[in-house]
Ligand binder design. Structure first.
Ligand code: NAI
Length: 309
């Protein structure tokens, strides 16, 4: 069955270039009305221009689609509110939010200023949060919403020189997990995309042979699935060059260290057993961990804990 977005309204942040542009064109080509948000900033987050966003709007309109441009900084609360108001005025609903806008300020941690750390956290984490917060009441009221948070392998696995970016991108996981839970009863589904693509952000880091394979357009089908009617929720979809994979967080079964064994030396002695991956599980809420630990301790003492799994 083909995936369509007719009647749906989407906001794509940072849609003037790179991945955001590709996502916006993909949504519009399948029937969505799209807000093209872009501050028109440099890769380091400096400057401002409406040219890139307007060009994408023109492209969508020329193909017979509907789009409007909005140049707010995603971390500017008043600007984001205005963007959401404009979308509601134009089309009366918002169904999809693709949080994609981003910048880099790479430096090793010893050379990183706190200003550069804060700026990157502000655009990625607070920008995604500000946009999501602005559409959240509308999605709840409609009892429908699809949100994507753009993460990165840098946040999930680490990348030298990107402590600010890695921290901000890993923070998407915490935001997604909780929004997934709080949005579920209103059919709001929240996912993460971890892309890898040749854009102005990364092209200088890649050999020319890789650039064509890693086109942004090779990622957009995965993004479109994540915001479709039948989207999953709470997944981390890695995407690049047409390859897709899921990242999951597992906890090992663990070891109970009782009484005199619960010492730093006891932890050291048992560390291989604590790290043993056999029996590891994906936990789906914070209290599963609490219950698991309390149950192990209670079982060892022959106590009956009135707590489910
Ligand atoms: P890009 O630099 O080509 O596009 C980013 C767009 O965001 C630009 O048009 C820029 O003007 C806009 N922008 C920057 N700050 C903004 C702000 N405060 N408010 C509104 N718009 C703003 O970058 P690319 O590669 O397309 O990246 C898109 C997203 O994907 C980013 O979140 C990036 O961190 C993420 N990503 C990209 C990877 C890649 O391999 N290209 C890898 C992993 C993640």
């Amino acid at each position: 069955m083909s995936i369509r977005f007719d009647g749906r309204v989407a906001i794509v942040t940072g849609a003037g270039a790179g991945l955001g542009r590709s996502h916006a064109l993909g949504l519009a080509a399948r029937g969505a009305k799209v807000v093209i948000n872009d501050l028109g900033a440099s890769t380091q987050g400096e400057g401002q221009s409406s040219d890139a966003a307007s060009a994408v709007v023109d492209e969508i309109r020329a193909a017979g689609g509907e789009a409007i441009a909005h140049g707010t900084d995603v971390a500017d609360e008043a600007g984001v509110r205005d963007m959401v108001d404009q979308a509601m005025k134009a089309w009366g609903r918002i169904d999809i939010l693709v949080n994609n806008a981003g910048i880099l300020r790479d430096k090793t941690f010893s050379k990183m200023t706190l200003e550069d750390f804060r700026k990157v956290v502000d655009v990625h984490l607070m920008g995604s949060t500000t946009c999501t917060h602005a559409v959240w009441p509308i999605l709840r009221e409609q009892k429908y919403g699809r949100i994507v948070l753009t993460s990165s392998a840098s946040g999930l696995y680490g990348n030298f020189g990107q402590s600010n970016y890695g921290a901000a991108k890993a923070a998407m996981l915490g935001l997604m997990n909780v929004l997934h839970m709080e949005g579920a009863r209103d059919d709001i589904r929240v996912n993460m995309l971890a892309p890898t693509a040749a854009t102005r952000m990364t092209e200088s880091l890649m050999p020319p042979e890789a650039l064509e394979l890693l086109r942004p357009e090779a990622i957009t089908p995965g993004l479109l699935y994540l915001v479709s009617d039948d989207a999953p929720s709470r997944t981390i979809l890695g995407a690049g060059a047409g390859c897709y994979a899921l990242t999951r967080v597992y906890e090992t079964e663990g070891v109970l260290l009782e009484g005199d064994a619960n010492t730093p030396e006891g932890v050291a002695a048992q560390f291989d057993a604590i790290a043993d991956p056999s029996g590891q599980k994906e936990l789906t809420d914070a209290f599963q961990q609490t219950r698991k630990y309390a149950r192990k301790a209670a079982d060892a003492r022959g106590l009956n804990l009135p707590w489910g799994d």
